[in-house]
Write a protein that binds this ligand. Structure first.
Ligand code: NAP
Ligand code: GDD
Length: 337
């Protein structure tokens, strides 16, 4: 029997990789797309199947995570085997500018979706995209037993989603899991997250289109992994008979400064000649250091990261250089696969 999955946030970085992974495993994949006045499906255009395609296995639905009734109706119709809740206002800095909105979309929507599962009578397994941001100021290394101390409205919203997931598992026996994922990046990373901001700037500086890159806190420490590997961990979590929560990380760390240095060096550039400080990119409260302990995921899921930060920076710089070359050549912009 072909399995059916529903992905919220299918147009995002992780949603696009997860959709590819599940299609490759023979799933029928449904995705929720927000209505937008411009196209917002660039990351999934290469796997799009139109309504006229016979036997299509990838189906998009207009819906919004804030519309609980739409979620109930969709789940009642689809009765998916697996639900991956990846949709969120996922930018930490932006969550300080739009805290209530972030609380609604990123936090309350996790509960909305769980209620929709109950209301629709769906027997689906549910994956909740929890985050290392929940650890906030708790010192590293962080694992599944580390207490949460979030440092942003985004982090607070994710803590709410985490506990809603645990509560629905305990209260109603829903097969719901939290993946506590540390930062993961790729050529499809949103352009305003720091790694992609850096690698895009490297490509533009190399091409002579830009000279300066303005960044905020260079001392922040992050555990950066490769997004396509992390969506595999999500899938593995839902294949376990017992629902549980897992940290997914590389266990290795670098500062923002080190990432910039590696990325610029990959294009034979000296980062000190181009990077400048702008306090605009500081946050009212910062998360100083996130370094995950992925031991449980390794032991129980058989999951291990392969790509480390230096290789990751290289993958992203090369993809941004290729994409810019295409743009400058007037060709159709290609998304790196
Ligand atoms: P992303 O690229 O920002 O994608 C977020 C997705 O959520 C997009 O598809 C976005 O749609 C959708 N979305 C936003 N608001 C929505 C709404 N009201 N209704 C329906 N969909 C909505 O994020 P990502 O990096 O793929 O991350 C996926 C999930 O993992 C997020 O929940 C994020 O918070 C979490 N997470 C990410 C990381 C990481 O390092 N990447 C680490 C830990 C946890 P549009 O395309 O229309 O904006
Ligand atoms: N975005 C950004 N832009 N960050 C900067 C900049 C800048 O110009 N300069 C320095 N930074 C620092 C931030 O202050 C932060 O300490 C670090 O770079 C990483 O910032 P982001 O790339 O925006 O990621 P994040 O760690 O805040 O959040 C990401 O990872 C979380 C998991 O830990 C997001 O993907 C979240 O959705 C995710 O949950």
């Amino acid at each position: 029997m072909r399995k059916t999955a529903l992905i919220t946030g299918v147009t995002g970085q992780d949603g696009s990789y997860l959709a590819e992974l599940l299609l490759g495993k023979g799933y029928t994949v449904h995705g929720i797309v927000r209505r937008s006045s411009t196209f917002n499906t660039e990351r999934i255009d290469h796997i799009y199947q139109g309504p006229q395609d016979a036997g299509r296995t990838f189906v998009l639905h207009h819906a919004d995570l804030t519309d609980g009734v739409a979620l109930v109706n969709l789940l009642r119709d689809l009765q998916p085997d697996e639900i991956y809740n990846l949709g969120a206002q996922s930018h930490v800095r932006v969550s300080f500018d739009a805290p209530l909105y972030t609380g609604d979309v990123t936090g309350l929507s996790a509960l909305r979706l769980l209620e929709a599962v109950r209301a629709s009578g769906t027997r689906a397994r549910v994956y909740q995209a929890s985050s290392s941001e929940m650890f906030g100021s708790a010192p590293p290394p962080q694992n599944e037993h580390t207490p949460f101390h979030p440092r942003s409205p985004y982090g607070c919203a994710k803590v709410f989603g985490y506990w809603a997931t645990v509560n629905y598992r305990e209260a109603y026996g829903i097969h719901a899991v939290n993946g506590i994922l540390f930062n993961h990046e790729s050529p499809r990373r949103g352009e305003t997250f720091v790694t992609r901001k850096i690698t895009r700037a490297v490509a533009r500086i190399k091409a002579g289109l830009q000279d300066r890159l303005y960044l905020g806190n260079l001392d922040a420490v992050r555990d950066w992994g490769y997004a396509p590997e992390y969506v595999e961990a999500m899938w593995r979590m839902l294949q376990r008979d017992e629902p549980d929560d897992y940290v997914v990380a590389t266990g290795e760390a670098a500062t923002v400064r080190q990432f910039a240095e590696i990325a610029f060096a990959h294009a034979d550039l000296d980062w000190t000649a181009h990077v400048r400080y702008d306090p605009k990119y500081e946050r009212p409260t910062e998360v100083d250091a996130l370094i995950g302990d992925p031991g449980k995921a390794r032991d129980l899921l058989g999951w291990q990261p392969r790509v480390r930060v230096a290789e990751l920076a290289g993958i992203m710089v090369e993809a941004d250089i290729r994409q810019l070359d295409d743009q400058l050549a007037g060709a159709t912009v290609r998304i790196d696969r």
